[in-house]
Design a protein around this ligand. Structure first.
Ligand SMILES: CC(C)(COP(=O)(O)OP(=O)(O)OC[C@H]1O[C@@H](n2cnc3c(N)ncnc32)[C@H](O)[C@@H]1OP(=O)(O)O)[C@@H](O)C(=O)NCCC(=O)NCCS
Length: 200
C-alpha cells in the first residue's frame, strides 16, 4: 500500500523542505553550543565550544576580511544547523567548508543537500570562489555520499588533527566550480568556474 506521501507508483511526492541559509547571528549561538554537547554530533564533528562566551567570540571573528563566513541553515523559521566557509583565500579563490545539522532527528531528510547546494551556489557564484575543500571522517558515510553528490572528490587521506584528533582518519575532499556545476546540472555555476582567472 502506498504511504501517504507517495503516489500510486510509490514515487515520493513530499514537498522538498523549504531550506534557506542566512548569515549566522548572535541569537543562534546558544543553540549551537547546546548541539555541540550532543555526543552523537560530537562523535562526527568534535567539540567546538567551551561555553556560550567562546562561541560568541568565534562568531564575532567571522567576516569576509577575516576569510570566514558563517551561515545558519533554516527550515522555515527554525534553525537546523550551520555551515561555514573558512580559511578563505580570496586571491586563490578557495575555502574550506564545514556543515552540521545539530539535531540528529533531522538527518536524512534532504536538509543537508539543500543547504550544501545553496552555500556552494553562493561560493561559486557571487563569492567567485573556484575551489572548495573539506575534511570528513572516513566512516561518515552519509556525509561522504552527500559531498560526492555535490561533485566533491577524495583527494587525500589524512590523520585527524585539531578538534578531530581523537577520531579516525579523514578524507580531504574538494570540488571545483565546474565540477559542482556538472554535478547539480547548473551550467552557470560551471561557467563561473571555467571563465574565472587566477588572481595570484
Ligand atoms: C552530513 C549532513 C550535513 C547531511 O545532511 P542530511 O540532511 O542528513 O543529508 P541528506 O538527507 O540531504 O542526504 C543524505 C544522503 O546520504 C544518503 N545516506 C544516508 N545514510 C547513508 C549511509 N549510511 N551511507 C551512504 N549514504 C547514506 C542518503 O540516502 C542521501 O542520499 P540521496 O539523496 O542520494 O538519497 C548531516 O547529516 C549532518 O550534519 N550530520 C552530522 C554532522 C556531520 O556529519 N557533518 C559533516 C562532517 S564533515
Amino acid at each position: 500500500m502506498a504511504m501517504p506521501w507517495t503516489d500510486d507508483k510509490g514515487v515520493d511526492r513530499r514537498d522538498p523542505p523549504a531550506v534557506w541559509i542566512r548569515p549566522l547571528a548572535p541569537v543562534d549561538v546558544a543553540q549551537l553550543v547546546a548541539w555541540d554537547r550532543d555526543p552523537a554530533v560530537a562523535r562526527l564533528m568534535g567539540r567546538r565550544f567551551d561555553d556560550v562566551d567562546s562561541a560568541q567570540r568565534w562568531l564575532s571573528a567571522m567576516g569576509p576580511r577575516r576569510g570566514r563566513l558563517a551561515f545558519a541553515i533554516m527550515e522555515g523559521g527554525i534553525l537546523r544547523g550551520d555551515v561555514e566557509l573558512e580559511h578563505i583565500v580570496w586571491r586563490r579563490g578557495e575555502a574550506e567548508l564545514r556543515i552540521c545539522l545539530g539535531d540528529p532527528g533531522v538527518w536524512g531528510r534532504g536538509l543537508g543537500t539543500a543547504a550544501m547546494q545553496q552555500v556552494l551556489t553562493s561560493a561559486f557564484g557571487p563569492l567567485r570562489l573556484r575551489r572548495v575543500y573539506l575534511r570528513v571522517a572516513v566512516d561518515n558515510a552519509r556525509a561522504v555520499h552527500l559531498y560526492e553528490k555535490c561533485g566533491f572528490v577524495k583527494c587525500g587521506r589524512l590523520a585527524s588533527t585539531g578538534r578531530l584528533r581523537e577520531f579516525r582518519p579523514v578524507w580531504l575532499m574538494e570540488v571545483s566550480a565546474a565540477a559542482y556545476g556538472a554535478a547539480v546540472g547548473v551550467p552557470s555555476a560551471a561557467a563561473a568556474g571555467a571563465g574565472s582567472t587566477t588572481a595570484e
